[in-house]
Design a protein around this ligand. Structure first.
Ligand code: MN
Ligand code: MN
Ligand code: MN
Length: 289
């Protein structure tokens, strides 16, 4: 079965509407898809209608931002009860946090001689699809290009928006432990997103995985799109060592980008796939792992 457990729509920072993402995945042979927009469930209803029509299996998904060890970490939740009060409350707070963050990014850019960023980023975002969510960094990047402050998105991230730069505002996220706890309360299957993307030493990455498990996490995202095969190998070793389930996904955001729906490196065959548990009668419970 061809699966893709990580992708984005206009409900967060993707450029295709949820129904278009589902149709594109279906065209590309994906049979099981999880839409994992950042900190929102907004796209799920539209995605589900499209998936039902096409006969594609859609799994409830979300990519939640949190902090650990001074860094922003992403955690993927799957097959949860979307109406779980803990999840609804956490998303409400994140939604507010994202607006505060967007306002702070705009203030900082204005202080550097780049005014109007919030309105500009919002206009970019609204042109892609109507959303009540705050504009995200790709929207700010597009604004900076259009306003002539940078040549392209790469320069926008290198100079202003990337990790450690002025646009990297992270104080509003909850901790890793809280986020995993929230997902457990919603009876989600939980995977640590792209553990190689964080700029960590080997030992810090191992500590992250250990803390993630201690908090109640189930899986590692061993394959994220076309990340180098050595990284997949390194993550497979970690997954085996800690006895974890494995998840895979394209992390698709936009056509013509570095990723595409259903496209990712192969998962080493000995690793237990997380998605085989989605239909399990032994659902994760909100208590012990
Ligand atoms: Mn994203
Ligand atoms: Mn991510
Ligand atoms: Mn993602």
């Amino acid at each position: 079965m061809k699966v893709d457990l990580h992708c984005h729509s206009t409900a967060s920072d993707g450029v295709l509407a949820p129904a278009v993402v589902v149709a594109r995945a279906h065209e590309r042979g994906v049979q099981m898809l999880a839409l994992t927009d950042h900190d929102t469930l907004e796209g799920l209803a539209e995605a589900r209608r499209a998936a039902t029509e096409l006969g594609l299996q859609l799994i409830n998904g979300i990519e939640l931002s949190c902090t650990w060890g001074g860094a922003t970490i992403h955690v993927l939740g799957y097959a949860f009860a979307a109406d779980a009060p803990a999840l609804q409350q956490a998303i409400g707070e994140l939604h507010q946090g994202r607006w505060l963050r967007a306002e702070e990014i705009a203030r900082r850019l204005a202080a550097k001689g780049m005014p109007g960023a919030l309105e500009g980023a919002r206009a970019v975002q609204q042109a892609l699809g109507d959303s009540g969510n705050a504009p995200a960094r790709p929207h700010f990047a597009e604004f900076l290009v259009r306003a002539g402050h940078v040549r392209d998105h790469a320069e926008a991230f290198r100079k202003w928006l990337g990790s450690g730069k002025l646009g990297d505002v992270k104080q509003h996220w909850p901790t890793l432990e809280q986020t995993v706890g929230t997902l457990r309360e919603a009876r989600a299957w939980i995977s640590l997103a792209h553990p190689w993307q964080y700029d960590f030493t080997r030992s810090k990455r191992r500590r992250l995985v250990a803390d993630f498990i201690a908090a109640g996490g189930h899986a590692l995202e061993v394959v994220n799109g076309l990340q180098p095969a050595e990284q997949v190998g390194g993550l497979a070793i970690l997954a085996r060592e800690f006895g974890m389930l494995a998840s895979v996904g394209s992390d698709f955001h936009a056509p013509g980008d570095w990723s595409e729906l259903g496209m990712y490196r192969p998962l080493p065959e000995d690793l237990p796939p997380l998605w085989e548990r989605f239909s399990d009668v032994h659902r994760p419970t909100s208590t012990a792992p």
